[in-house]
Design a binder for this molecule. Structure first.
Ligand SMILES: Cc1cc2nc3c(=O)[nH]c(=O)nc-3n(C[C@H](O)[C@H](O)[C@H](O)COP(=O)(O)O)c2cc1C
Length: 147
């Protein structure tokens, strides 16, 4: 069975809503999912998974600091070649998604889906649909990588 880990953090809940909808999309596509906030997550949670999905909102044109800390924890895992994807809620500039994407590509040498998924503030019904669709696209990429 295909497996994915979603690690995210949030201050006011919007990125968590996205994380749960992406989880649903992955599950509907038959992927087994582990969903954790950064503070409960360890590098071991990324072992033996096909895809790592990271979520952070943008604050002060930056990642939420808990995600920065987790990116250092990720150095302990062997991620080369694994599928990566990033998402996050934002208010006007939304740099966090590109920052996670760049780190997964350039530091961890992962096979990253681009673009990641950025949604304005609290996801609308259409935003939730986009999250589920994003989960399904990640599932599709996992399938392609196994052929
Ligand atoms: C103090 C503060 C700073 C923020 N800075 C940014 C920013 O630099 N760029 C941006 O796009 N959004 C910014 N936002 C908006 C948040 O990214 C937005 O509210 C987002 O939905 C929060 O996600 P969360 O609920 O997952 O924490 C900021 C919000 C606050 C309260």
């Amino acid at each position: 069975m295909s497996r994915a880990t979603i690690i995210y953090d949030t201050r006011s809940g919007n990125t968590e809503i996205m994380a749960k909808a992406i989880e649903e999309g992955l599950r509907q596509a038959g992927v087994q999912v582990l969903l954790k906030r950064t503070t409960n997550a360890k590098a071991d949670d990324l072992a033996d998974v096909d895809a790592v999905v990271l979520g952070s909102p943008t604050y002060h044109r930056d990642l939420i600091s808990l995600m920065k800390t987790f990116l250092f924890e990720m150095e302990k895992a062997d991620l080369k070649g694994k599928i990566g994807a990033a998402f996050g809620s934002y208010g006007w500039s939304g740099e966090s998604v590109q920052m996670m994407t760049d780190t997964m590509k350039h530091i961890f040498e992962m096979n990253v889906m681009e673009p990641g998924l950025k949604l304005l503030r609290t996801p609308s019904q259409n935003g939730l649909k986009q999250c589920k669709e994003f989960g399904k696209q990640i599932a599709e990429k996992i399938k392609e990588s196994k052929v």
